[in-house]
Ligand binder design. Sequence first.
Ligand SMILES: Nc1ncnc2c1ncn2[C@@H]1O[C@H](COP(=O)(O)OP(=O)(O)OP(=O)(O)O)[C@@H](O)[C@H]1O
Length: 246
Amino acid sequence: MAHISFDNVSIEFPIFNATGRSLTSSILKVATGGKLDADPNGRVLVKALTDISFSLREGDKVALLGHNGAGKSTMLRALGRVYAPTKGTAEIVGEIGSLIDISLGINPEATGRENVYIRGQLLGLTKHEISEKYSEIVEFAELGDFMEMPVRTYSSGMHLRLAFAVSTVVRPEILLMDEWLSVGDADFQHKAEDRLRDLVSGTKILAIATHSRELVESVCNRAIWLEHGQIKMDGPVAEVVPAYFG
Ligand SMILES: Nc1ncnc2c1ncn2[C@@H]1O[C@H](COP(=O)(O)OP(=O)(O)OP(=O)(O)O)[C@@H](O)[C@H]1O
């Protein structure tokens, strides 16, 4: 059973070329973003997440809400095991799929076909699994003979079609998204929307960082509101969304 449990998780970034003296308050400054603090040596620390505790179980489709710098992306990266907690423990059980930065690993000098294999392997698929899904990916991306051309010859929309088609071919238990992907021209967007909805409905746990009320209300059943790296509210969409968006 896929599940996630964060117990007093904090994530801090030490900044090596800044000192506490550059902060307007020597102890703590809060503006937009996480909290800025200084360690005993006067080194600046960005406290991106502080004492975060929550658990997610199968069926949870959670929106991460919060102003710029509140900690949403850091939280997604912690959920994806990209960042380990500086303090506390994060237990993440289940196969993770990330639609954050779908172009990651795409090599402009390689052909579309070669990139399907590169990106597919980054997503955790074996060569054999990619070969099995290859025609589905090409059909979805509608790139035809361009699959044999280097990606540097693609338009930006074609590039995104390829990245989207490969990235959405996996069916993870835990799906992480940074906003709803909107790619390609009107026709492709329509197809992409259907594919994303299908992917989201098939996933066991979804975490999506977003600033869109409409998206939260149509896709999620739970919302976590982050403020300066801490949980301000965690509950059903019907409670958190009106409190956050007003
Ligand atoms: N690699 C990093 N090094 C230093 N500080 C970082 C790093 N990544 C994030 N931060 C800090 O952590 C805090 C949270 O950032 P994060 O990107 O998680 O916010 P966010 O809620 O996703 O914001 P946005 O809505 O603007 O995307 C911010 O104060 C940011 O400055």
